[in-house]
Design a protein around this ligand. Structure first.
Ligand SMILES: [Zn+2]
Length: 713
């Protein structure tokens, strides 16, 4: 390991692509410390009283300086994610607190806030570009929401609330985890394992062995809990596990792990915090930086979806009951039977083997299919390119105009490795922007081109019995994941915005950021695409149509029930943070009952304590934001609907419009304006319902080319 002198530190070289060929963990501390020092000195200069509050004098140099820190730290974070060996973990963790402290300081720096307000109030504001205005507006908004404008007497209280809320959220998660760990069901009678797959039995056996016991141990962690609920023939076992799971962190267990008082306190404090900021409730605050315009708008959206999905959910439940009665001899379905009966019904109707499907998605075929989709849709070219890499498995590509002009570049790191973080994600290596040193006479070369990381955890190629290397094969879920992350990547890469603060995904509303990624997933369900994107690893044959039809039917299985479930959670979350006063007598559970009476088709037992484990809204960032899952799905489905209406999923004009109005504008315009410009109207839920097999409309039959057949019962 070499120690580079500061002038040769690869993290301080911003002239081009990250220097993965030179970078060592020893480079991190000196480079990041240097950049933090430079940024602090820059803030000092930029907040001087005599510095003019203009874009050119104040904001632009600030973004230039901050970009270096975020780029260098982004490179470190990336290597930490894809090569998490001890030396890199230490290097990353060693600087993480300092970097976090710096950004917290920036967020609380009222002198910065004053300068932004001065720009907004100046005559010059009107002459800024739309993107620049939007950046100034965002900065002011974020300072305000973090309490910068409160009266001096209210600030200590606001700060105290923020700290208490952070502690309560952490405690909520801890309680939930401890309560999850507190339960175990030990079995000694093997007959009670009937129905369970071998791997689930084996895991339960090993869990018991780790405790020094014989028999089988089942817990409330998903890999243990889920197979029991789906496969265990023992109704007693399912009932015991279900009840334990549904009552975690509630009054039935250890008092110190009960989340009930925490929920009440969190709701009180969020309400107080919102009122200090001048809003009526927390939901209003939550929606300020989001695409959704108002609480009534989101409520209307959710209720519309509930009404439209309801007949399909009722049919799903009726099918389930009929199947349970005729095939399983169950006259009455309990909550702990639903997953079990559903799994049996799914197998009976649409059984297919994941393994069989996987034989058709060979790596080269999938990648060339993906590239063809992007090239055809957006009129670009994608070519292999050269760059320093962090691992020999990584590939690198460039996106060009048909004339060969560079648009952006991306890394593709497909395979799982022991030192790589799990899951799949897109990250930014370099963002598009006007280079800082350029003159007002801007030429194309003065634009810094964006670069993205696309990371997955797919299985790598393996050798057959004869020692011959076989191509990697992917599951259909893997293919969907790849398209999803590529969608995020295209949002970053195809931007045409030159101001970094709103280029690509920067500044895009939180509830709209999944639009391009979910949009791209649609192509994985397009028959014409799949035919070309698949080739059996042995025979070279494309995916058979009959197999595809089963995959599609399984995708849409119980989509009515699933939709209502998501609506129930979203509606509960939103009402809890808007139309609910913890001090007014009505309990959280009473509100949940009301929501269920309105939307649910299957009501869980009265002892179910769903709120006590709803960590998304009480311990994660989803408070008054759970709706965004469905919201983004509606947007992406509706955008894809525009292609379906032309009868061609690759319609050139529609593809260009999607590029021009949504992908390339990114955060420089509000998401709803992007959407309206593309679609010519407000978002509608119909396309989502149709894609999920929930459409009764006959006149749409002609749109149902290939991929929207509701399976015959
Ligand atoms: Zn995503």
């Amino acid at each position: 390991m070499t120690d580079h002198p500061l002038q040769d530190n690869p993290l301080l070289d911003f002239s081009g692509l990250p220097r993965f060929d030179m970078l060592t963990p020893a480079d991190v501390q000196p480079a990041i410390s240097t950049l933090l020092g430079r940024c602090r000195a820059l803030i000092e200069r930029q907040t001087a009283d005599d510095l003019a509050a203009t874009w050119t004098d104040f904001a632009a140099p600030l973004f230039d300086g901050f970009e270096q820190l975020s780029r260098a730290w982004g490179t470190v974070g990336h290597v930490h994610s894809v090569n998490d060996i001890p030396a890199w973990r230490d290097a990353y963790n060693g600087m993480l607190p300092e970097v976090a402290r710096f950004y917290a300081e920036v967020g609380q720096n009222l002198q910065l806030f004053d300068k932004y307000k001065a720009i907004a109030a100046s005559n010059g504001y009107a002459r800024l570009s739309v993107a620049q205005q939007r950046i100034v507006d965002h900065e002011i908004r974020d300072f305000r929401l973090s309490g910068a404008e409160l009266a001096a007497k209210d600030k200590p209280r606001f700060q105290a609330i923020a700290e208490e809320l952070a502690q309560l959220s952490a405690k909520f998660s801890e309680n939930l985890l401890d309560a999850t760990n507190a339960f175990a069901e030990m079995l000694s009678d093997e007959s009670e394992l009937a129905g369970l797959p071998d791997d689930a039995r084996q895991a339960a056996r090993e869990a018991a062995e780790r405790d020094g016991k014989s028999g089988w141990k089942f817990t409330l962690h998903m890999p243990s809990y889920l197979p029991v609920m789906q496969y265990a023939d023992s109704r007693r076992l399912r009932a015991v596990m279900y009840r334990a799971y549904a009552t975690r962190a509630a009054e039935f267990g250890a008092a110190e792990l009960d989340n009930t008082p925490l929920i009440r306190r969190i709701l009180e404090l969020r309400r107080e915090q919102a009122q200090l900021l001048g809003y009526q409730n927390f939901a209003e605050v939550s929606l300020v930086p989001k695409m959704a315009a108002s609480v009534p708008q989101v409520l209307g959206f959710l209720r519309d979806l509930a009404v439209k999905a309801r007949p399909f959910a009722e049919q799903d439940i009726a099918d389930l009951r009929a199947f349970a009665r005729s095939e399983l001899g169950l006259d009455h379905i309990e909550a702990w039977d639903i997953a079990y009966v559903s799994e049996k019904l799914l197998q009976a109707r649409y059984a297919f083997s994941e393994h069989e499907v996987k034989q058709y998605f060979t790596e080269d075929k999938v990648l060339s299919g993906l590239i063809t989709v992007i090239e055809t849709l957006f009129g670009v070219r994608i070519q292999p390119d050269q760059a320093p890499l962090w691992h020999p498995d990584v590939r690198f590509y460039r996106i060009e105009t048909p004339a060969g002009e560079l648009i952006g570049q991306f890394y593709l790191d497909l395979y799982a490795r022991e030192t790589k973080r799990g899951g799949a994600w897109m990250d930014e290596a370099i963002s598009r922007r006007k280079r800082p040193e350029v003159s007002p006479t801007l030429t194309r070369d003065d634009i810094q081109k964006p670069v993205a990381y696309l990371n997955c955890n797919f299985s790598r190629p393996v050798c057959d019995q004869d020692g011959k290397l076989r191509p990697a094969t992917f599951t259909h879920d893997d293919v969907i994941t790849l398209f999803h992350e590529t969608g995020h990547g295209l949002h970053h890469l195809l931007t045409r915005v030159d101001e970094i603060g709103v280029a690509g995904i920067h500044g895009v509303e939180w509830d709209a950021v999944e639009l391009p990624s979910q949009f791209m997933e649609n192509y994985c369900w397009e028959w014409s695409v799949l035919q070309k994107m698949s080739a059996h690893i042995d025979t070279g044959e494309p995916l058979p149509r009959a197999l595809f039809d089963k995959m599609l039917a399984a995708k849409n299985f119980q989509s009515g029930l699933q939709t209502l479930r998501q609506v129930e959670f979203s509606l509960f979350d939103l009402l809890l943070h808007s139309d609910f006063d913890p001090a007014a007598g009505r309990s959280v559970l009473e509100l949940l009952d009301e929501v269920r009476r309105e939307v649910a088709v299957f009501i869980p037992p009265e002892w179910h304590r769903f709120p006590n484990s709803f960590a998304h809204i009480f311990a994660g960032g989803y408070g008054a934001g759970y709706y965004s899952y469905k919201w983004a799905e509606v947007l992406s489905a509706d955008c894809y609907g525009a292609f379906e209406e032309t009868g061609n999923p690759f319609d050139q004009a529609t593809g260009q419009r999607f590029l021009n109005e949504i992908l390339s504008t990114g955060g420089s315009r509000s998401a709803i304006d992007n959407f309206r410009a593309f679609r010519g109207r407000e978002p509608q839920v119909d396309a989502l319902l149709r894609h999920r097999g929930m459409s009764a409309a006959q006149n749409l039959e002609d749109l149902e080319h290939a991929h929207h057949h509701r399976p015959a019962p």
